[in-house]
Design a protein around this ligand. Structure first.
Ligand code: ADP
Ligand code: 5GP
Length: 210
């Protein structure tokens, strides 16, 4: 296996279950690390600073951007979100796959700046199921839910830009499929140059020694 970790960009409509899928994946496998983003939105009930997000002010966000400390950033329904660069890089170097649970604008920035990243888009089994999940979470007002559903319609235009489409119907199955995608991505010949060179050399020596 290649030693460096991969960047996994996971996008999907708000309420589709990205957070839930990622939580399960992290519980089940120990080779993943979740990138904790910065955001200017307020914490939801049960969210802790430094766990779900680093909750920061608009001024702090602007400073991080100015100093080039964000790998990508985007505006989403009235707030700013961004991925701190250092955390991602250190985990990749340590051989862990880093999950970026980000929206589509940020995903496209990563695709451009870091083409090796694996891009996965999560969809619900139906639009009705999405609305139900968003409402069922009980963390947003009806107005915010409506804005997020509207944003989903816009995001749905960009799904072909991703490499994989994952349906979050049965949660366990979805988690397994995501892990399978990453396992296959590690096996790509292009990511395993060291192994290729080694077996080439080994074969050549073997034949010469005949
Ligand atoms: P996201 O991070 O994509 O905004 P969440 O992970 O917060 O979404 O999930 C939104 C809601 O949907 C939560 O209440 C969660 O328990 C529920 N949910 C997630 N996955 C499934 C699933 N496969 N089937 C049914 N409900 C789900
Ligand atoms: P939420 O407010 O529901 O936590 O997140 C709203 C949207 O912002 C989700 O689609 C989520 O994936 C996305 N998001 C979270 N963190 C980041 C980030 O660092 N960068 C970008 N571009 N999007 C993010």
């Amino acid at each position: 296996m290649n030693k460096k970790g991969l960047v996994l960009v996971l996008s999907g409509f708000s309420g589709v279950g990205k957070g839930t899928v990622v939580k399960k994946l992290l519980e089940k496998y120990d080779n993943y690390a979740l990138s904790v983003s910065v955001t200017t939105r307020s914490p939801r009930e049960g969210e802790a600073d430094g766990r779900e997000y680093f909750f920061i002010t608009e001024e702090e966000f602007s400073r991080l951007e100015r100093e080039g400390r964000l790998l990508e950033s985007a505006g989403y329904v009235g707030h700013h979100y961004g991925t701190p660069r250092d955390y991602v890089m250190s985990h990749i170097d340590a051989g862990r796959d880093v999950i970026l649970e980000i929206e589509i604008q940020g995903a496209m920035q990563i695709k451009k700046r870091y083409p090796e990243a694996v891009l996965v888009f999560v969809i619900p089994p139906s639009a009705a199921a999405l609305k139900e999940r968003l409402s069922g979470r009980g963390s947003e007002t009806e107005e915010v839910i409506a804005a997020r559903l509207k944003r989903a319609v816009e995001e749905a235009q960009g799904m072909e830009e991703y490499e994989y489409l994952l349906v979050n119907d049965d949660l366990e199955a979805c988690v397994e499929q995501l892990h399978e995608i990453m396992t296959s991505e590690h096996r790509r010949a292009s990511r395993n140059q060291e192994q290729i060179q080694k077996i080439r050399k080994d074969l050549a020596q073997f034949v010469e020694g005949d």
